[in-house]
Design a protein around this ligand. Sequence first.
Ligand code: AMP
Length: 189
Amino acid sequence: MILILFGPPGAGKGTQAAFIAEKFDIPHLSTGAILRNKLLEKDSLSIKLMETMNTGNLVSDEILNKIIADRLKSSDCNNGFILDGYPRTISQKDFLIDFLDSVNLFIDAIIDLKIDKKNIIERIKSRLKKENRDDDQKDIIMTRIEKYDKETKPLSDYFKKNYTKNYHTVNGNQDIEKIHKDILKLLEK
Ligand code: AMP
């Protein structure tokens, strides 16, 4: 099963992706987590990445597409995978679809978590606090939301239009358990 968990920052994609990955025994591919791991390498790339990520900006498509292509080629992805945080731009979406086409795979489901802006702001705020990043909070949040609206949200319309049967929305304002139940209901149909 190939799944995309889509939605704005703070929608709970990571939490839900982890649940689903365990339930269906498929790897959870979080590009945010992969990038955060790269930061630990402390080389010239990681310094560049840190600057981009700490300001709420998006890392380049070139880096992301390479990360994903490498990851999808590993054998643990043979039975499917769940993408969390990718694709985030039109160019990443094009890359992913071409890549899947080339190996005769298709996306089984796109789950679009819809959440009100005030809840997005609250959730990112509390996450930044947990990560001890109180500085520049407001700027980071605003940049992340801006990037989502401009670069990522248009993909939602694309999926809705081109993947009519596989595209589903779920109310992300609900509590974690209820969101989980709603997603499972869709996947087990
Ligand atoms: P996340 O944990 O998914 O919120 O990602 C944390 C940060 O990693 C984002 O704010 C971006 O800077 C970067 N990032 C993660 N995934 C992507 C992606 N698909 N494209 C560009 N940047 C990304």
